[in-house]
Every structure is written in C-alpha cells, then in structure tokens.
Write a protein that binds this ligand. Structure first.
Ligand SMILES: NCc1[nH]cc(CCC(=O)O)c1CC(=O)O
Length: 310
C-alpha cells in the first residue's frame, strides 16, 4: 500500500473532541512512522447552539455535518467522532472506516455532596439534558428534580461547582479521557442507567470513495467494540434512530457472544420498557433488530405514539 505523506483530521474544538483527535493522531504516527498528521479544528452547529435542548433542534447530525463537509471538499481526510454523536444512518458518500476500542461505557454521577443516586434526598436537583438519562432517573428515583444541562464537559462541571445542581450525570468516558475521572462519585450500573448506543466508542469517518484510507485505518478497529456498537445502532435505527425519545442500547461482548439490552420510554419516566437478547458477533445487526422488535411489542400505545410523533 502506498502511504500518503500527510493526513488531515477534522475535529470539533471542544477539549474532549481535541483529546480524541489527538488520540487518533498518536495512533496513526505510532503505526505509520513518517506520516504527518494535522488537525483541522471546526465549530459545529451543535457547539454553537447551547441554549436549547439538542432534541429540540435536530439532534445528533448537528455535531458531524460540518466535519463531513470538510471531508467532501477534500480539506480533511478523516473525522473523529464519539460514536454516540453519529447518526444511525450514514449519509450517502460517507463510511465508518473503523470503530476503536471502547472506553468505559457507563454513565457517571458527579456531585460535591452525594456519593450515590440513592443518597440524593427528595427534591435534589440533578443536571442532564439527555432524555435517556432523564427517563431512567425519573423511573427509578421519581422524587428527584431533573434540570437541563448543556455545554461541554468543563462547562457542565463548572455549573455543578457553582451550586446550580446537587448532582449531574455525564458519560464516564469523557471524564476519564480528560483526566477528570477523579470527579466521578459513582459509576451507574446498566440497571440504573443503561448507556446510549455507541457510548464510549470512537469512530473514524471517511469518504466512501477513499479505499486507500479505509485500508490504512482498518487496524484501528476493535472487532468486539464494532460488533457491540453495530448491535446498539441497529436497535436504535429500527426504533426510529433520533434522540427525540428516551432510548438506550448497550451490548456486552463475552468472547464473541453479545448480550444486548435496550430500553425505551417516556421522558417523564412514567412508562419505560426493557428488552434483551443474546447472539453472535456475526449476527449483531439482526440482534439489534430483534431487541427493537421486543421493545416495540412491549411498548404500549403511549410510547408508540411518542415514537411516531416526536
Ligand atoms: N452528548 C455529548 C457527548 N458525546 C460523547 C460524550 C462522552 C464520550 C463518549 O460517550 O464517547 C459526550 C458527553 C457526555 O455524554 O457526557
């Protein structure tokens, strides 16, 4: 294979996105000595619009469209994404070249006063703008108050420290990557907070016509993570795939066998249904569809109505 001399990585400019892009740069230069890798920092619509909850303004695509434009124009060769932010259906002309090994997939409780969710007293204010986290929290701890919280990881921690919240919920992966793992009071079990599809995994996106790059990036792929994330994303896609309704999907790989758990509900937590199934890595896509069918069958009219008219 003819090695290119230089690659450009398109990335968002939040500290977490830059960490992730640097991580991929370090992998590339270690694997291909002599390869020059530059970062092209970009601000996306999702970064600019901070005063509205994401599901109200169009969801996940907002974090990736500008980066895809840079790939289309040839200003960049690859884009590094949190798989959680990548839409369930890849737009025409783009492909995921590799999904790297997953960091901790769990949600984390961060608080300056409380060590567990169970300790939070009635009326305690918990910060999250994720419908998924909110629905699961309300279902399990209906006495808590959920208050919206957006911004990058540092901004969210600053709002907690300013006293605006008693506790906040964040992805463990982001905190750990930024060296902020020490702020985690409790890792939430999948029973308390089932993670989002793709949470904790990084994806490398390229133009579908760049076979040269696909070969170069393929060794970044972690097959167990790819199988798990494929199952989670298939579930989400079959359910309608946006972040307009609370949806969680989490697959664990045990030596080639996947256990996929999913849940869907109403944002107020008043109705939430769970489903799970097992399958082989090779059947990851079908497994996602199977669990989605279980969820749809178990959902009452109210959830189906919310899915149909978000
Ligand atoms: N919603 C934004 C987002 N996208 C990816 C992560 C964390 C890192 C990851 O899941 O890979 C976060 C922050 C969070 O949810 O706390």
């Amino acid at each position: 294979m003819q090695l290119p001399e230089q690659l450009v990585i398109a990335t968002r400019e939040s500290p977490l996105a830059l960490w992730q892009a640097e991580h991929v740069r370090a992998w590339l230069t270690a694997r291909y000595p002599g390869l020059k890798v530059e970062l092209l920092g970009m601000t996306t619509q999702g970064d600019r619009i901070l005063d509205v909850t994401l599901n109200k303004i169009g969801g996940k695509g907002l974090f990736v469209k500008e980066l895809e434009q840079a790939l289309a124009d040839g200003r960049a060769d690859l884009a590094v994404h949190s798989m959680k932010d990548v839409p369930m259906v890849m737009p025409d002309g783009f492909a995921l070249a590799a999904i790297g090994e997953r960091e901790d997939p769990r949600d984390a409780l961060v608080s300056n006063r409380y060590a567990t969710l169970a300790e939070l007293p009635a009326g305690a204010v918990v910060g999250t703008s994720s419908l998924r986290r909110e629905a699961q929290l309300r279902a399990r701890f209906p006495h808590l108050t959920v208050k919206p919280l957006r911004g990058n990881v540092g901004t969210r921690l600053a709002k907690l420290d300013a006293g605006d919240y008693d506790a906040i919920l964040l992805a463990s992966a982001g905190l750990k990557r930024l060296g902020l793992g020490g702020r985690i009071r409790a890792e939430l079990s999948p029973e308390d907070s089932l993670p989002a599809p793709g949470q904790g995994a990084l994806g490398l996106e390229i133009r579908a016509d760049r076979a040269d790059l696909a070969a170069l990036l393929a060794p970044f792929d972690h097959p167990a993570t790819t199988a798990a994330v494929t199952a989670e994303r298939a579930l989400s896609r079959r359910m309608g795939g946006s972040c307009q309704i609370p949806l969680a999907a989490y697959a664990e790989d045990d030596d080639g066998f996947l256990r996929l758990r999913g849940c869907v509900g109403l944002p107020d937590g008043s109705h939430i249904v769970h489903g799970e199934a097992n399958g082989t890595r090779a059947a990851a896509e079908g497994l996602g569809q199977t669990v989605a069918e279980l969820l749809l069958t178990a959902s009452g009219g109210d959830i189906l109505e919310a899915l149909a008219h978000p």
